[in-house]
Design a protein around this ligand. Structure first.
Ligand code: UD1
Ligand code: UDP
Length: 375
């Protein structure tokens, strides 16, 4: 079996599945690292103890989607042709995900999609991830949906119910695994209330990111807070945030944090402001309210559960939402106490069980997902 990954979140979300596959005598997972990300991915692979079988090293500085896609499909096609795996596993919605599925499809190798069925309903938001997910759905034979809503979205698109399994999100498996082993250290330094901020999405780059930076400067004027921004490596992010925030002593900019340090930082924070998919899935596990800095969401479960608010990027709205949470204890407690709707930490087990069953190797697993339903 080949497991394709190329970016930081794919490594985090596939790590527990690779561990489960590797611990089982039934499968031999071979990791194909597309190298869509370089430092950010290598940092993860090292810390998560993942050994790569192939590295396509496709990343270029300021890569464009079309050229990246061409390098990915060429490299992956050749590898899958040579290796002839009995299945290709992909995760999520990145360019590596799309090209891993497409290259496998072209070679008549079946595709398993982890974190299937997320839908914002707006084809170009998030861009290009919403389209990537929909295309991967058309190509996959196994659809591992993190939530019942994601599963329902798939069956509504005529994916046979027998090909869909609700597993929970593997991000929670990894979080629980890491939490027990962590030697991570919080990056907050001041003892003030910590605002943890991550920003990188394409639709937020440019003017929106400049406006968000101004909002962070306003929030940092409060004497009771410390704003911490671990910077994504993308130059499109750094070109805006470094000049806008770099000189302010009340704002700490860091390189991407080590995963274990990031988790410790999240646990030490008061509030999370983010446009990241993975971060909004993790924060409720630490009872941290999340302000989602995006206009649409393919993860409405966390909003419905009451753990996150979709606030968009309008400076007034973001400032008001953050201020309300910092000043209103009742509101804060309500959001912080909301359940995490993304699973119970056993998603990888279910994925392994389903694949083993379908390859005729062991009976299907019995443990159903105890779904968190939000009012
Ligand atoms: C990609 C995914 C996005 C995911 C994000 C996770 C696509 C289309 N988008 O977006 O869904 O949320 O990864 O972080 O696949 N760079 C480095 N070093 C690194 C990583 C990136 O220098 O380790 C720089 C490069 O200049 C690169 C740029 O960042 O050109 C953008 O990287 P890219 O993978 O194209 O897009 P992301 O915005 O990271
Ligand atoms: N993360 C990390 N260090 C950081 C920022 C994020 O380890 O400095 C982890 C975080 O725990 C989460 C993942 O990276 O699991 C999210 O990745 P990213 O925001 O790059 O991508 P997305 O989830 O939006 O696709």
């Amino acid at each position: 079996m080949a497991v394709v990954l190329g970016t930081r979140p794919e490594a985090i979300k596939l790590a527990p599945v690779i561990r489960a596959l590797g611990d089982s005598p039934l499968f031999e997972p071979v990791l194909i690292n597309t190298g869509q990300h370089r430092e950010m991915l290598e940092q993860m692979l090292r810390r998560l103890g993942l050994t790569v079988g192939h590295d396509l090293a496709v990343m270029r500085e300021r890569q464009q989607l079309s050229a990246l896609t061409a390098r990915l499909i060429g490299g992956l096609g050749e590898l899958i042709r040579e290796e002839r795996p009995d299945l290709v596993m992909v995760q999520g919605d990145t360019s590596s995900t799309l090209c891993g599925a497409l290259a496998a499809f072209y070679e008549h190798v079946p595709v398993a999609h982890v974190e299937a069925g997320l839908r914002s309903g707006v084809i170009d938001n998030p861009f290009p991830e919403e389209l990537n997910r929909q295309l991967v759905t058309r190509m996959a034979r196994w659809h591992f949906a993190p939530t019942p809503r994601a599963a329902a979205a798939l069956t509504a698109e005529a994916v046979p119910a027998s090909a869909v399994m609700v597993t929970g999100n593997t991000v929670i498996d990894n979080l629980l695994w890491a939490h027990h082993r962590t030697d991570g250290r919080s990056a907050f330094r001041s003892g003030r209330r910590g605002l943890l901020v991550t920003l990188h999405r394409r639709e937020n780059q440019g003017a929106r990111m400049r406006a968000l930076a101004d909002t962070l400067l306003r929030l940092a004027e409060r004497p009771d807070v410390e704003v911490l921004v671990p910077l994504h490596k993308s130059p499109a992010v750094r070109d805006v945030l470094l000049p806008a925030l770099g000189a302010n002593p009340r704002i700490t900019l860091t390189e991407p944090l080590d995963y274990f340090d990031f988790i410790a930082t999240m646990a030490d924070s008061t509030l999370v402001l983010t446009d990241s998919g993975g971060v909004q899935e993790e924060a409720p596990s630490f009872d941290k309210p999340v302000l989602v800095l995006r206009d649409t969401t393919e993860r409405p479960e966390v909003v419905r559960a009451g753990a996150a608010k979709l606030v968009g990027t309008d400076p007034g709205a973001v400032h008001a939402a953050a201020t309300a949470l910092l000043d209103d204890r009742v509101l804060y407690r309500r959001m912080a106490g909301a359940p995490n709707p993304f699973g119970d930490g056993h998603a990888s087990e279910r994925i392994l069980g389903a694949l083993a069953h379908d390859f005729g190797r062991v009976p299907a697993p019995a443990r159903p997902l105890d779904v968190v339903t939000a009012g």
